[in-house]
Write a protein that binds this ligand. Structure first.
Ligand SMILES: *Cc1c(COP(=O)(O)O)cnc(C)c1O
Length: 479
């Protein structure tokens, strides 16, 4: 086979073919290249070392130096590439630090890390079945399983999306299409004041004015007031204003509240309105048997967003849009994909949503769930809840604080009194004092004033960290 003739086209020149640092640009199609294998192993070692230094380094890195951003004229060899990677890693946030409690970003699940590597190496494309035969099948199967587990029915299914914002957008586009409201400029979406900001983006993308998002008040527990929703639906019907969807939230961003799903589902049914449930945070709680009742009514939704990247530690991004009737997705997004072979296995991934080419993100979700097992999922959920309860108990002992808790693993708080400015100052000071102790909280604006927020999804957080947190807060003067 080997030909003495020079190749008729330029081959990408691998300068390292000269030296010890040799690294092929692409894996040879035949035979295992030991240089490739060694490089991937070294990269894995680098990562494992970084992971192992998490506690030593604190959640937020000190200022770091970045390598040059532009490619050099000559391509680099393995050693230089690894050194560059190391520099970027030096400046990375450490989600696995026990004090990393600011956001919905837990450490990466081990099986998910490996699946992400394999996913990159396979470089398949969920756009079309022939570009990802086994993975298309896996995505359909796992979405059906997940949707079934959330109670969406035997025919349920869905699609993976790169994040919950995209899942929410696709849900609203699907809802609008199913109601034949694609050309209607007056249609509205109803949600609570505590619904996620991604809905604002979704409406902008859908060409709707900002006022088309009708935000209804929440009660003292941060749950959408169903009486107000009932009134609003009546009024809109009377005025002949069409409703694209009601969006209920299962797990609000600041306090983890769950809207009254059963009651909202009943109202939507009565008015023939699409119900989308944004369960990006709360959806996975339905997989823990004792917490299932919290999500009662979830199975009555027309679409559900769930983000396994949030509590379960599936590497980002991992979001699913699930529907009792997944064929709705093809109806809303199908183009016929004229340059692809017809589907043979249940539909091309690119016909199920907004994304065209996309990675097989399903692989890291599938392998991660297999690693956890149902008991492991339950343990993660229950552990997070136990930490929230413990922190709540500790902070409740400080009578100066007002706590905003919900049934999930989020807890926000602030001093009971104080002007906007005083609360902004308190939250800034307290966050800095906590950071000095390697405890990282976030500082959300809620109801117009600053709060501190803890997300208790980090499995490395011990009771001692929570006790230290409460002590630092207690030592801060309140306005
Ligand atoms: C995180 C979140 C989203 C958005 O998800 P991304 O993956 O960040 O795009 C939407 N809704 C809720 C309730 C969320 O918490």
């Amino acid at each position: 086979m080997a030909s003495a003739l020079p190749a008729p086209w330029p081959t990408p020149h691998s300068p390292q073919d000269r030296g010890l640092d040799a690294l092929p640009l692409f894996a040879p199609p035949s035979g295992l290249d030991p240089r490739l294998e060694a490089f991937l192993q070294q990269a894995s070692s680098l990562l494992c070392t970084w992971l192992g230094q998490t506690e030593m380094r604190g959640p937020l890195p000190a200022l770091s130096v970045l390598p040059s951003v532009e490619p050099e004229r000559q391509g680099l060899g393995g050693d230089r590439l690894l050194a560059d990677l190391q520099l970027v890693m030096e400046g990375a946030f450490h989600p696995g630090h026990p004090g990393a409690l600011a956001h919905l970003d837990p450490p990466a699940l081990t099986a998910s890390i490996a699946a992400d590597l394999i996913c990159a190496g396979l470089n398949n494309n969920l756009l079309a079945e022939e570009l990802a035969p086994s993975l298309s099948h896996l995505e359909r199967g796992l979405c059906a399983w997940f949707a079934g587990a959330l109670g969406l029915g035997a025919a349920a299914g869905g699609v993976a999306a790169s994040g919950g914002s995209l899942s929410n957008l696709m849900a609203l586009v699907t809802a609008r299409h199913s109601r034949g409201l694609g050309q209607c400029g007056e249609a509205v979406v109803l949600c609570s004041t505590d619904a996620h900001v991604s809905l604002v983006k979704a409406l902008a993308v859908m060409g709707l004015p900002a006022q088309a998002l009708r935000r209804l008040p929440v009660d003292g527990h941060g749950q959408l007031c169903t009486e107000r929703l009932a009134d609003e639906l009546e009024r809109l019907q009377r005025d002949g204003i069409p409703v694209i969807a009601v969006v209920a939230t299962a797990g609000t961003t600041v306090r983890g509240a769950i809207d009254p799903l059963e009651a909202i589902a009943g109202l939507c049914r009565r008015h023939g309105v699409w119900l989308h449930i944004d369960a990006a945070i709360g959806g996975v709680f339905a997989l823990a048997p004792e917490q299932r009742p919290l999500l009662a009514g979830l199975g009555r939704a027309d679409s559900v967003t769930v983000n396994p990247q949030k509590l379960l530690g599936i590497t980002k991004t991992s979001s699913l849009l699930l529907l009792p009737d997944p064929a709705q997705l093809q109806r809303a997004f199908g183009t016929g994909l004229p340059y692809m072979e017809p589907s043979w296995g249940g539909g091309h991934g690119g016909e199920m949503g907004l994304q065209g080419s996309r990675p097989a993100e399903i692989l890291k979700l599938w392998l991660g769930l297999r690693q956890l097992g149902l008991d492991g999922i339950t343990a993660l959920v229950e552990g997070a809840l136990a930490r929230r309860r413990r922190l709540q108990q500790l902070l409740a002992g400080d009578g100066r604080l007002q706590l905003l808790e919900g049934p999930l693993h989020l807890l926000s708080f602030r001093p009971r009194s104080g002007s906007h400015e005083a609360l902004a100052h308190w939250s800034e000071k307290t966050r800095a004092a906590l950071l000095a102790e390697q405890l990282m909280l976030s500082r959300p604006l809620y109801g117009g004033v600053h709060h501190l927020k803890a997300v208790l999804g980090n499995p490395h957080t011990q009771p001692s960290h929570l006790e230290r947190l409460a002590a630092v807060v207690a030592a801060q003067p309140c306005p």
